[in-house]
Design a protein. Structure first.
Length: 568
């Protein structure tokens, strides 16, 4: 049985050092205001859990607030379904934003006013190059870009074109608004980045009010400044965007839109986890091509999938504390996350008995129609939770692997002439088996020793090496059990070929199991340790009153240590 493990102490977090230094010099008057700003173009995944715990956790620890903000600047890819799922996932992890729920689209009027100011101050222009021409003019990492022939348009012409873009006079792609910075900058992100584009698309929040939409990199810093964010924490891929973030806010502060100090962008390394893909594009492909059963498929590394899988918010907290926050990219093995879930579940999940591959065990000398109770602890590490009664009868279900006619060396379970203890029950001696015409074993036979019942005087007088679990056949709860495993069979899906080819064909197996009768009343999201099998949860979506369906969360121990799948 796994030992109870204390949650690890939080690992190093360089962002705390930055906040401490800011507070020491009174930069924000001791105020800490962060935000979690997902784009509503998909469901949140495991990587977002790291960002959620970081942003909400820092705000909590420093007595500040964290905003939940939807960066909804791309109407073609955003849906209300995604908004709803994000809200539900953040709440599931245990966080609340109070009155601080915002949308980028709440600020479209301000963003537009900022854009007009950049035009009138000579810091933006309308460009009419095609997308292909813009790429050609942009240059490379080793060669500077070239000025667009439209870069010298007058303020009046730019303002007129931009207002006509807003009025809907032009087709998608006819023009873009670009910041005027430096086409020769060694940072490609400062080579006159696009800040507005034409999109005749209905927005989930603003409807058809707009046909021009701000680019994410333009909208995001403005949102931070409007909301008074102190520490704008994002992943490392935005590091090269920080100069534009600072350039834009400084220009707008000069124009009187915002006051200093301005929000500070801080980057940290994103989560890189083996055996999963965290790209939204790939997650969408897995869903749309039906490689998985929707966004909340327990095999998919989304937070909604994790919830159905039986993962816990506390397990994610252990995980994020353990891996820490740094500036260095590194890979975390999936076994670390699974171990954190296992440690949390071991502490809190009640124990129950399940037979996943059942075969009948008949006790020939036990009275027919007799039933008695055996008693098992609800949690061996928490005796205060007491014991539960398990019915015992003449016919039981046991695991098929618990019997063999030709035992290998070291096999201590049932074979003719051998004795084992029925866990929490009696010692029995195997006498043989029944077979069908094809030679398949249909039932195992044994006799029991009446004075060996666990918990009674003299129960240990007969010593045996084998101890097997069981469920009374007439009392068992028959249920569907889904044995979920890792979605991908390779630690780095797609490294050497199309990542779809690395999908684990055994990532989902559906069986009919025999469970101890109390499990018939399990409710959705109730978690248990099925003794000797692992941790399971009553499925959130498909379980019905009196008819639960169980999903395997994790096994009792890591069986991928040799880069192989779990053995069922």
């Amino acid at each position: 049985m796994p030992e109870t493990k204390e949650a690890p102490a939080p690992a190093a977090n360089f962002i705390r050092n930055i906040i401490d230094e800011d507070n020491a010099i009174g930069k924000w008057g001791g105020r800490v205001e962060t935000r979690f700003p997902p784009e509503p173009n998909g469901y949140l995944h495991y990587g977002h859990a790291k960002s959620i715990f970081l942003n909400f956790g820092l705000a909590r620890d420093y007595g500040g607030v964290c905003h939940l903000r939807f960066d909804d600047t791309n109407p073609e890819k955003e849906e209300q379904e995604y908004v709803d799922s994000i809200i539900e996932s953040v709440r599931w992890l245990g966080f609340d934003w109070g009155r601080h729920l915002y949308y980028a689209s709440d600020y479209f009027d301000t963003m537009y006013a900022c854009a007009e100011y950049l035009i009138t101050s000579g810091n933006a222009y309308v460009d009419s190059l095609t997308a292909e021409e813009m790429r050609a003019y942009r240059g490379t990492l080793n060669e500077p870009g070239k000025d667009s022939p439209y870069r010298t348009r007058s303020v009046e012409e730019n303002l007129d074109l931009f207002r006509r873009m807003k009025a809907g006079e032009f087709a998608d792609g006819a023009h873009v608004l670009r910041a005027k910075i430096d086409m020769a900058s060694p940072n490609i992100n400062l080579r006159d980045p696009a800040i507005y584009r034409i999109k005749h698309a209905t927005h989930h929040n603003t409807g058809d009010t707009w046909c021009i939409y701000p680019m994410y990199t333009y909208a995001h810093p403005i949102e931070d400044a409007i909301e008074g964010i102190t520490h704008s924490i994002c992943t490392l891929e935005f590091e090269d965007q920080r100069p534009f973030y600072d350039w834009l806010l400084n220009k707008l502060a000069d124009g009187g839109f915002f006051t200093r100090p301005l929000p500070q962008q801080i980057e940290f390394a994103r989560l890189n986890l083996t055996y999963v893909v965290l790209s939204k594009r790939k997650l969408i492909q897995l869903v749309e091509e039906k490689h998985v059963d929707g966004w909340d498929d327990p095999r998919l590394p989304t937070l909604m999938g994790a919830r159905r899988r039986g993962f816990t918010p506390e397990g994610f907290k252990r995980f994020t504390d353990q891996i820490g926050v740094s500036k260095a990219d590194s890979w975390i093995d999936m076994s670390v996350l699974e171990a954190c879930m296992r440690d949390d579940l071991n502490e809190h999940a009640p124990r129950r008995i399940a037979v996943l591959d059942p075969v009948k065990l008949i006790i020939d000398n036990y009275p027919e129609n007799q039933t008695e109770d055996c008693f098992a602890p609800n949690h061996p590490q928490h005796p205060e939770l007491g014991k539960r009664a398990i019915p015992f009868s003449r016919e039981l279900w046991i695991e098929r692997e618990y019997f063999t006619e030709s035992p290998p060396k070291g096999y201590f379970r049932l074979f003719p002439g051998n004795r084992v203890r029925l866990r929490y029950g009696y010692v029995v001696e195997c006498t043989g088996c029944d077979k069908d015409a094809a030679g398949n074993i249909t039932a195992v036979h044994c006799t029991y020793l009446p004075d060996t019942k666990s918990g009674t005087p003299g129960a240990d007088s007969v010593k045996v090496k084998g101890n097997i679990h069981w469920v009374s056949a007439p009392h068992a709860c028959q249920a569907e059990v889904r044995l979920y495993d890792r979605l991908f069979a390779m630690p780095h899906p797609g490294r050497d070929r199309d990542y779809i080819e690395d999908i684990n064909p055994d990532s989902k197996t559906i069986i009919t199991a025999q469970l101890e009768p109390s499990l018939k009343h399990a409710v959705a999201e109730e978690r248990f340790q099925f003794e000797r099998h692992g941790y399971f949860v009553a499925d959130l979506k498909d379980s019905k009153p009196g008819a639960p369906i169980f999903n395997r969360t994790v096994t009792l121990k890591d069986s991928w240590q040799n880069n192989g799948p779990h053995n069922v």
